[in-house]
Design a protein around this ligand. Sequence first.
Ligand code: A2P
Length: 224
Amino acid sequence: PTLEKDLLPLYFGWFLAKRDEDYLRKTSHEFLEQLGNLKAFKKRLQPFSVGSEDKHKLDLMKYFAKSPNILHCTSKFCDYGKIVGSEEYAQQEAVKKAYSKGYTLHLSALFATPRTVGAQVELTADQLLLWPSDAEKEVMPKDTLPRGSRAHITLGTAADVQDVQTGIDLLEFVKLQQSGKEGENLGEMSGSVAGKVSYYDNGMWMLNLSQKIEVRSIFSGYYG
Ligand code: A2P
């Protein structure tokens, strides 16, 4: 008899526990609401404007029309094995050992761009063992960015934007920060999204949370 290969998922990643997923969706709405109400944001709608829409009003909840069915932090996109390196990733001892185990994810920032809204994930040393070494290079081949700096949770995307864009947008922030650009401090948020708001040009907004959000998750594969 021939040994059958394990099926490879669409992607591996950390999947949020239901309660924490609900909480994060609410937090994301709160972030978009407070961002949309910021005076500084209202003055900088241009990068978000689409065609003939009102230049001084924008409903961010409507703007980010799509949201993933299951909130998660992708570790490795495999496309059922079509992506090179998927098999090798799945075969790693660390990956096999972690499969179906619980992890707490630490979210340090929320961000919004004209394309995506997401949460920045600060991976722990344990979690970094499950992070592909080429994840950052894949997107920004010319840069040397810290391992794990692409780690994120996609919270929403604008119409016609793919989810994969969220990690690319996050790396754009990281790249700017690495080159010494702090972003312009343009306000504060309060309540569940308390923190400082920085603006990085081209409609790139980042909220540095004064208290990290912790969400529980399970490391697994999505076969959808
Ligand atoms: P993300 O991790 O930013 O949310 P899709 O539905 O487009 O097939 O994507 C399924 C999941 O895999 C999404 O979570 C998506 O983005 C992620 N993803 C899609 N394409 C890639 C890619 N080329 N590299 C890394 N992650 C990807």
